[in-house]
Design a protein around this ligand. Structure first.
Ligand SMILES: Cc1cc2nc3c(=O)[nH]c(=O)nc-3n(C[C@H](O)[C@H](O)[C@H](O)COP(=O)(O)OP(=O)(O)OC[C@H]3O[C@@H](n4cnc5c(N)ncnc54)[C@H](O)[C@@H]3O)c2cc1C
Length: 390
């Protein structure tokens, strides 16, 4: 039995968000139970979920129409969607998010030809996208990337390995950030669109993660792509990745809020029914205090997330510090909520397949990807040292 998701009642939303919230609540209500834990997650499942997200109109929120004068995404809408998806299924959340994350560098750049070719099929849920930045020796330190893209006539030739790539093997195409060498470090990186069937690109074995993410390795061995597949200007790859993360980090926090809400709801239900020492557990003051902490964590996280989303949507500037606080605050809070839920469930909380056990695992990677918690603290700290906005 799944509890009903309702959108948070906060002052950051307008009528369009409230209409979306109702639609999301309907989706949550009718969505099937997430796939059996441990089942493999392959291309067809990605396509099925993407098609469903397109049918409900959700993908249009995360992949804007490039024919519009100034394409943009409504971060509050994307965050609401991710909260509802996170509440229901980390798997669906992953597919939805990657369709946006792994296409954003296109519409954020001036690359209209590539945008027209690749965005439509992804928005319709017909193609699956991937975004490849991380490498064996370059994770948090993106400037240390080693994968090279060397100009050869009208082509670029890619060599190197990308690791921990969501949708590796399932995607139809990847945006790949590689070293073109215009300058040392981050300023010598460029972004490229690479079709999955390009000769010289192979996929390593799938890696099983703690949570349902289809993850693998991409190996580039003299992989030749047309120079016209460069996204934006040479040397702008790092900037493209950071701009993309600026949009999506807030929504990572939103998905974490959805997971925290589900864990809290499941806990309250259990505390009402579970008898301990002759009474429902929820009557014990210590249990009520624990649930109060969970509720406080969840609501604080929600406020941080939708404040950052509202700032991004309505105010000029990057608001990197507010975005970092949303991602850091919400993912850390959701982990505390999930951990407390597991504790209150007792042995059932650590039994494979119980809802709180699943949420406990689902939240964990969010504190690492798209900038680990420590990286978010650096962003906030730097902003403070600069005396304000990052
Ligand atoms: C589920 C999942 C999906 C992913 N999907 C993708 C994807 O689609 N595409 C992609 O390119 N990458 C993806 N990644 C990779 C992700 O971006 C990296 O894991 C992340 O950037 C951290 O890099 P790393 O794992 O190499 O850890 P490292 O960079 O080795 O860092 C290890 C730890 O060090 C700590 N740390 C980092 N920086 C600092 C600091 N400045 N000060 C103090 N401590 C610090 C953090 O706790 C961090 O977790 C994914 C990862 C996960 C878990």
């Amino acid at each position: 039995m799944i509890e009903r998701w309702t959108m948070p009642d906060l002052p950051f939303f307008d009528d369009s968000h409230r209409a979306l919230g109702e639609r999301l609540a309907d989706w949550v209500e009718q969505a099937e139970e997430p796939a059996e834990e441990g089942s493999a997650y392959f291309r067809q499942e990605c396509l099925d979920v993407a098609a469903e997200m397109a049918e409900w109109g959700f993908l249009g929120y995360v992949i804007p129409d490039v024919e519009e004068p100034a394409p943009r995404v409504d971060v509050r809408a994307v965050s609401l969607i991710r909260e509802a998806l996170g509440f229901r299924s980390a798997l669906v959340d992953s597919v939805f998010t990657m369709q946006g994350l792994a296409t954003a560098p296109l519409w954020l750049s001036e690359s209209r030809v590539l945008s027209r070719r690749y965005l439509g099929p992804c928005r319709r849920g017909e193609k699956i996208a991937g975004f490849a930045v991380t490498e064996p020796n370059a994770g948090s330190d993106v400037a240390a990337l080693e994968t090279s893209a060397t100009r050869d006539g009208t082509d670029f030739v890619l060599n190197g390995t990308k690791r921990w790539i969501t949708n590796a093997g399932a995607a139809d195409h990847y945006i790949v950030v590689a070293r073109t060498g215009e300058a040392p470090g981050a300023r010598g990186l460029s972004a490229f669109m690479v079709d999955a069937d390009t000769p010289g690109l192979s996929v390593g074995p799938e890696v099983r993660m703690i949570a349902p993410h289809p993850i693998g390795e991409l190996i580039f061995d003299a992989c030749r792509i047309p120079a016209t597949n460069m996204i934006g200007a040479p040397g702008e790859g790092f900037k493209a990745a950071m701009k993309t993360f600026d949009i999506f980090r807030t929504s990572v926090g939103a998905a974490a809020v959805g997971m925290a809400r589900r864990a809290l709801g499941a806990t309250v239900e259990r505390m009402r029914g579970r008898q301990l020492f002759g009474n429902p557990m929820g009557q014990m003051p210590t249990v009520q205090a624990a649930m109060a902490d969970m509720a406080l964590d969840t609501e604080q996280a929600s406020l941080l997330v939708y404040r950052a989303a509202w700032l991004r949507d309505t105010r000029d500037g990057r608001h990197s510090d507010a975005v970092a606080m949303a991602k850091l605050g919400a993912t850390e809070a959701a982990q505390r909520v999930a951990d407390q839920a597991v504790q209150l469930f007792g042995a059932l909380g650590v039994a494979h397949g119980s809802i709180v056990e699943q949420i406990y695992r689902d939240v964990r990677p969010m504190r690492i990807y798209e900038g680990a918690s420590e990286v978010q603290k650096l962003i906030i700290g730097r902003s403070l040292m600069k005396g304000g906005e990052a």
